[in-house]
Structure formats: structure tokens, C-alpha cells
Ligand binder design. Structure first.
Ligand SMILES: [Zn+2]
Length: 296
């Protein structure tokens, strides 16, 4: 009895104690999932309706980087950028185009239709919640065709929001000298591994980076440039590794991180200032309903 009274007492004290300090955080979180419903409303106002959708993937990254490398890096960059220029960051999203790595363990490759439908429903839901300006921050090269197509296809039907797509900003003034060939420094190579050494150094196994070859196998060299076929990547990089991760450095990673973060910050500012895209989109939708009324 005495014990349970004590326990109740302790509970009351802890409840009182937890209510005593200011419960509202001084700063609104940029993480969608960390906000309360009321704080989310404030966050949308503070962000002027601008939200980020960092887009990663689940795929092999050479012999030395984690499967979720692109997701981890793009979120590191997006979250840091949103803290500099407030925007709400959507939770983990990795449902993109990665058919070319289906032969490697750990790849999660959703079907083409589902990728587009899920992305549409995600941006629709974001917009329904006040994200009228959505920046998809792409962290995965395999999405480079999917995302512009998705953005373009927003003209299929009227939308009360705008989708912007932002790729990786890499080169810039003050860039440290690379040790490997920039032409093949693509997937789990020097640049990407360097960035991972900043975002999640605990997951980089630099000692394993030379266990496989990231060299270009050039197995479709006979085809002229501009003639595209989906097997091109596998033809060149069958180990799903392009470049030399072993020569990565924190110095380059630091540059890569700052450059990309800055690129996202600039994009958030430009998008907040942009009212023209939605105005034109609305004008276009109106005219599309009756093209014969469009002035000729
Ligand atoms: Zn990657």
C-alpha cells in the first residue's frame, strides 16, 4: 500500500514536473513527423507553404556504402538546408526508379505504375495539407528521368500546387582537387563516398571500397551517343559501382555537403519568392479546358 501510494505520488510529481517547463519548443522542427498538428499549421505558415520531399532509394552502393546511402545523404542535406531557410521536410521516401539494380541484394524496386501513383498521391496529400510549393530534392541518379517526367505530367490535370524538381548541386568555386576521373565518378565513387563520410561516417567502410571494380566496362561502346537503351548502365557498371570510392576524403565531402546544402537553400528561397509558376499553371489549365478560345 505504502509502495503504491509512493508510486502514485511519484507519478503526480513527474506529471507536474513535466508540465512545469515551457512545453512549446523554442523552434519549430523541420521534420514533418516531429510536429504536433497545431505546430504543423504554424510550420506551414512559417514555410510559406514550401515543403521538401527528399527522394532516396534502396540499392547497392559499391562494396562499401549502405543500401540507403542516397536516402541518408539527401535527408542530411535537405534537413540542414531547411534549418537555414525554413521548410517542412516530408518523412523518408525511397519509392523510385531502380530497375537497373534488381540483380543486386537489398534493392527495392517498385513497379513503374506504382512509383508514379504513389508520388502523385504523396504530393496531392502534401498539398491538401498546405504544401502548395513542393520541392522534390532528388538524391538518386536513377530518378533523373522519372522526376522531370513526373513534374511535366502535372499539366495532365489542374493542380492547386506546384512541383519543382531539384538535382544534386556539386561543382563550384573552391572545389578540392579530385583524385579519380570525374567522367566515371558517379555511383559510390569518390564524390558520393566523400559526402557519405560527412553525413553518416559510421556507415562508410572505406577499407572495402577497392574489393570490387567500379571501372567502366564499356560493353555497348558500339552504339552511337544519343541512342538510348535501358541496359546501358548494367553494360557499363555491372557491379553497380561507378568510380573509385577508396580515394574519398572528408575534405571533399565537406565541400560536397556545403555546396549541395547551399543549392537547396537557394532553391527554397527562389520557390518562396515564386508566384508566377502557379499563376501560369492556372492560366494554362483554364485555356486547356477550351483550346479554341486560346488567342491565335
Ligand atoms: Zn547514390
Amino acid at each position: 500500500m505504502y509502495r503504491s501510494l509512493l508510486a502514485i505520488n511519484a507519478l503526480c510529481v513527474s506529471v507536474l514536473w513535466s508540465q512545469a517547463p515551457a512545453t512549446k519548443p523554442a523552434q519549430l522542427s523541420v521534420h514533418w513527423e516531429e510536429l504536433t498538428a497545431a505546430d504543423f499549421k504554424d510550420g506551414i505558415g512559417k514555410a510559406q507553404g514550401t515543403c521538401l520531399l527528399p527522394f532516396g532509394i534502396m540499392e547497392k552502393h559499391g562494396p562499401h556504402l549502405p543500401l540507403g546511402n542516397d536516402l541518408l545523404n539527401v535527408r542530411y542535406v535537405a534537413l540542414n538546408a531547411a534549418q537555414q531557410e525554413y521548410a517542412i521536410v516530408f518523412p523518408e521516401y525511397y519509392f523510385g526508379q531502380i530497375f537497373e539494380a534488381k540483380h543486386e541484394p537489398g534493392t527495392v524496386a517498385y513497379t513503374r505504375g506504382l512509383q508514379l501513383q504513389l508520388l502523385q498521391e504523396t504530393t496531392d496529400e502534401m498539398a491538401r495539407n498546405g504544401c502548395k510549393k513542393i520541392i522534390i530534392v532528388n538524391g538518386h541518379g536513377g530518378n533523373n528521368s522519372l522526376l522531370p517526367f513526373f513534374a511535366q505530367s502535372q499539366l495532365e490535370a489542374p493542380h492547386d500546387y506546384v512541383v519543382y524538381v531539384l538535382g544534386i548541386t556539386r561543382a563550384g568555386p573552391g572545389e578540392p582537387k579530385h583524385k579519380s576521373n570525374p567522367a566515371t565518378d558517379m555511383h559510390a565513387g569518390e564524390s558520393e563516398t566523400s559526402l557519405s563520410m560527412i553525413a553518416r561516417p559510421d556507415l562508410v567502410h572505406l577499407d572495402r571500397a577497392a574489393q570490387e571494380s567500379g571501372a567502366d566496362q564499356g560493353r555497348l561502346k558500339g552504339l552511337p551517343e544519343g541512342l538510348y537503351t535501358g541496359i546501358w548502365w548494367y553494360a557499363r557498371f555491372p557491379n553497380h559501382y561507378a568510380g573509385e570510392g577508396a580515394v574519398a576524403s572528408r575534405e571533399l565531402g565537406d565541400f560536397e555537403a556545403k555546396t549541395w546544402i547551399n543549392g537547396v537553400v537557394q532553391a527554397i528561397r527562389a520557390v518562396k519568392a515564386d508566384s508566377e509558376s502557379l499563376r501560369l499553371q492556372n492560366e494554362f489549365s483554364e485555356r486547356s479546358k477550351d483550346p479554341l478560345k486560346t488567342p491565335q
